[in-house]
Design a protein around this ligand. Structure first.
Ligand code: HEC
Length: 105
């Protein structure tokens, strides 16, 4: 077995444990439709209710994306658009979305 294979196998074993719910990037395709308008454009800014820079989330670690969405949902992290959006997401939605975005470059 090459070192590359060993790493790939190790990654496969570890990643499901890191997230409570396993994400499915395919299942996220419908769910990310509402995110793309803001998060799909480098340097994009929303102008309501004031001007915000929208962070790019493609290529982020899935754990980071899930943690951010949970923080918006619980209100630990405050942003009017993201609080509203995260409130509508289930754990499974967040895991799927995280899998989708983390697979992007
Ligand atoms: C109306 C525009 C808008 C839409 C739609 C939107 N977002 Fe956001 N999002 C933002 C802005 C602005 C921020 C930065 C807010 C802040 O400073 O906390 C943000 C922050 C985030 C962050 C944290 C990023 C970081 O680097 O900390 C994540 C993760 C995220 N959004 C995911 C999503 C997902 C998933 C969707 C779709 C379900 C979505 N967003 C839809 C505007 C949007």
């Amino acid at each position: 077995m090459s070192a590359r294979t060993v790493l790939a196998v190790a990654a496969l074993c570890v990643s499901p444990l890191a997230l409570a719910v396993e994400g499915n990037a395919e299942a996220a395709r419908d769910k990310v439709a509402m995110c793309i308008g803001c998060h799909g454009i480098p340097g994009y800014q929303t102008v309501f209710p004031k001007t915000y820079k929208v962070p790019l989330i493609g290529g982020q670690y899935p754990e980071y994306i899930v943690a951010a969405l949970q923080a918006y949902k619980s209100g630990d992290r405050k942003h009017p658009s993201m609080n509203g959006i995260a409130a509508s997401l289930t754990e499974q939605d967040m895991a799927d979305i995280a899998a989708y975005y983390s697979a992007q470059k």
